[in-house]
Design a binder for this molecule. Structure first.
Ligand code: GUN
Length: 293
């Protein structure tokens, strides 16, 4: 079997177009323009690239982008004060603090200082708790939301499917597990201490790989016909590779996302989706069509 390639790049382009048209309608009908504030502390090169890309795509979708750059030695109080101002600013509907933050900053305190309704990353305790308990109104972390959209688009109903998520981070693994449970999949969240990981993965109809180890998941771990979503973005000597060994996995899987061009473009598209959702909610409007789980 040669797996179908799940084209996240094309899906994300379609999603951005849909968002742009909903943003245009929001302006026409209500005179409201969604605004996203992105905060970058320090000069980590990868973070600078991500933040620039977020700003550009926000503007391309017709939204306002507010970029705040603080020096690497900015203090906790300075960052909290900035978040306080953004929380109070009615033109800002979404706030994203780019991670990782410098080691002297208490990351959890910063994340939880963001107003819950503006927390477009969905990393705060309040939003993570809403997602974990299945409450409506959670802001859902962008990368797992993008993975869910690709899975639903490819498979339709996920109910009863065996899903194995590899990785237990707060950014991807844990919220991915909660989203798959919400769609009535049978979910295993595996991680570095999981015993006999290849055997666990062999039972999966759906594999979501988010471990951050280049090409760790091999083709002979994959159940024939399974759907494989590769969240990994690893820079290696041979270029960007995922957490899945694409060549061997594509011989066995039913469908697989490439790296690059799979999950990556979905993350920023979902950030735009969350910003539009946050804007609608803060103006008492219904959630936009098709952008929330
Ligand atoms: N760093 C890596 N991924 C992310 C993300 O999704 N959001 C934020 N804020 N920082 C990140």
């Amino acid at each position: 079997m040669v797996a179908q390639r799940i084209d996240g790049k094309a899906f994300a382009a379609g999603l951005r177009a849909k968002i742009a048209s909903q943003v245009a309608a929001l302006k026409d009908e209500h005179g409201i323009t969604p605004g996203l504030a992105v905060v970058l502390v320090g000069d980590d090169p990868a973070s600078q690239v991500y933040v620039a890309s977020k700003g550009r795509q926000t503007v391309e979708a017709g939204m306002n982008s507010y970029e705040h750059r603080l020096p690497a030695d900015a203090g906790q109080a300075e960052l909290l004060a900035l978040i306080g101002r953004l929380n109070a600013d009615p033109a800002v509907h979404g706030i994203l603090v780019q991670l990782p933050l410098p080691a002297h900053i208490d990351e959890n305190e910063i994340i939880n200082a963001i107003a819950v309704k503006k927390d477009v990353d969905g990393f705060s305790v309040a939003n993570a708790g809403r997602l974990a308990t299945g409450q409506r109104g959670a802001m859902v972390p962008c990368t797992p939301l993008g993975c869910l959209m690709l899975l639903r688009d490819h498979l339709g109903d996920l109910s009863g499917k065996n899903a194995v998520v590899i990785g237990r981070s707060n950014i991807v693994g844990k919220p991915m597990g909660a989203l798959l449970l919400g769609d009535s999949a049978t979910v295993t969240v595996a991680h570095s201490r999981t015993k006999d990981l290849p055997e666990v993965v062999r039972g999966a109809d759906i594999v979501v790989a988010a471990v951050g180890r280049p090409e760790m998941i091999k083709g002979d771990w994959i159940k024939p016909g399974a759907t494989v979503i590769d969240v990994g973005i690893n820079r290696t000597e041979k270029g960007l590779v995922g957490d899945v060994d694409y060549a061997s996995a594509a011989e066995v899987a039913g469908a697989i996302t490439p790296v690059p061009g799979g999950v990556g473009p979905m993350t920023i598209a979902c950030l735009l989706a969350n910003t539009l959702t946050a804007c609608c909610r803060s103006n008492g409007l219904p959630d936009p069509e098709g952008l929330t789980p």
